[in-house]
Design a protein around this ligand. Structure first.
Ligand code: SF4
Length: 397
């Protein structure tokens, strides 16, 4: 598992919004999620390709490392294709830097030390180039669950500070360009700041917040940044924030108004996430640690009937003269995601060009800040909604 700083760059949004979270998290175990392991593996593929391109390793070494990587559970054609998008971008930026200056600095997977502002703070920059007055930092994000923008992104800004700390005395760059490549969302997000702006932010914002965080001081503040906090299941500040919903002062008239419903909608998503986190935590405690919660008990959940031996079931039914088309399902294509994974993004795109459609999505209510354009409640949207309600009801019956 990759080493992480106590006040890590990847967790910086959290410790900067909620400084005491860093100390609170210390009492919880570090568990690497499957998504994080998959992301690390994607980085290994990218690093290997870039090392070959930069002639840091021989073709022989590349092949032997590649053979090892092929044994990994996450290795797939789909991942190779997505990592290729990042590698292509990185090579383009390397060439652009070399075109500006022959002796451009090119670093990959570089440890970046931002400890002058954050005690023991360090992170890893996927790609750094320095040529003339511009330093570029690029970061591969393999996940696709949360779109990540480079704009005002504290993780990228801390990497930039680490790189400034390391290279500023040796090279005369004034501008830092920060790019996040998120190939599975088809996204390349770029932000630029001057070295001066970054150093101001470091002194006036980062340093005081880090000083509070390292001592466990400051105010607990819940928000979106709680999503990956290790304390999120039982954190009191998060519970308090979510329980505020129950305290909404709805009195007369007896039915909620449009404004009150809007207020509930605004809080419902976070409330649902929080309630799910608490339920998951409680189940884990009950199943794996024998914890009893007053008024609650552990029971067997509902289960579906399954054939104990599919071959034997078929033998019995065929012997009893049931036709194959009655006892077997017709051939069915695997789902689109599984197909893309099996074929790889490129082949999938070439072979199935024009054969994949994206029907209009079912209507959903989202906050006005959402980037998707507003739709009118057309007849087709109403029909979709009616269909959704019908299928929900039949699933419940
Ligand atoms: S769950 Fe949220 S409020 Fe609680 S410590 Fe973590 S970041 Fe802070």
């Amino acid at each position: 598992m990759t080493a992480h700083a106590f006040l890590s760059a990847s967790g910086s949004k959290r410790w900067m919004e909620c400084p005491p979270s860093a100390m609170l998290e210390k009492q919880f175990k570090d568990v690497q999620s499957a998504y994080a392991a998959e992301g690390s593996f994607a980085h290994s593929l990218a690093e290997l390709h870039l090392n070959l391109y930069l002639e840091n390793i021989s073709k022989h070494k590349f092949n032997s490392e590649w053979n090892k990587l092929q044994q990994n559970e996450f290795f797939s054609q789909e991942m190779i294709d997505y990592v290729d998008v990042y590698v292509g971008f990185a090579i383009e930026r390397i060439n652009a830097a070399r075109a500006r200056t022959k002796d451009a600095v090119i670093q990959i997977e570089q440890r970046l030390d931002y400890s002058p502002w954050v005690p023991n703070g360090f992170g890893t920059g996927d790609l750094i180039t320095i040529a003339d007055e511009i330093m570029e930092i690029a970061d591969l994000k393999y996940g696709k669950g949360v779109p990540v923008s480079a704009l005002d992104n504290p993780q990228m800004k801390l990497y930039a500070l680490g790189a400034i700390n390391q290279f500023n005395l040796l090279y005369d760059f004034q501008i830092v360009r920060m790019t996040i490549v998120q190939p599975r969302l088809d996204s390349i997000s770029i932000a630029e700041l001057s070295v001066k702006e970054l150093l101001d932010w470091a002194e006036n914002t980062v340093k005081p917040l880090a000083a509070m965080a390292i001592k466990g001081e400051g105010e607990f503040k819940a928000g979106n940044h709680c999503q990956f906090c290790k304390a999120r299941f039982t954190c009191r500040a998060r519970a308090d924030k979510n329980l505020e919903l129950a305290k909404l002062d709805f009195q007369d008239p007896p039915l909620l108004t449009i404004d009150e419903i809007a207020e509930v909608l605004a809080k419902a998503e976070e409330l649902q996430k929080w309630a799910k986190d608490v339920s998951d935590y409680a189940l884990d405690q009950a199943v794996n640690h024998d914890v009893k919660f007053p008024g609650w008990k552990l029971v067997e959940g509902r289960s579906k009937r399954v054939y104990s031996d599919e071959k034997e079931v078929a033998n019995v039914l065929l012997a009893a003269n049931y036709a194959e088309d009655i006892i077997y399902k017709p051939k069915e294509l695997v789902g689109i995601t599984a197909m893309e994974k099996a074929l790889g993004k490129k082949k999938f795109g070439i072979l199935l060009d024009g054969l994949i459609i994206k029907p209009a999505g079912k209507p959903v209510l989202v906050p006005e800040s959402d980037k998707r354009p507003e739709i009118c409640s057309t007849d087709s949207a109403k029909a979709d909604f009616a269909e959704q309600i019908r299928s929900n009801r039949s699933a419940q019956n």
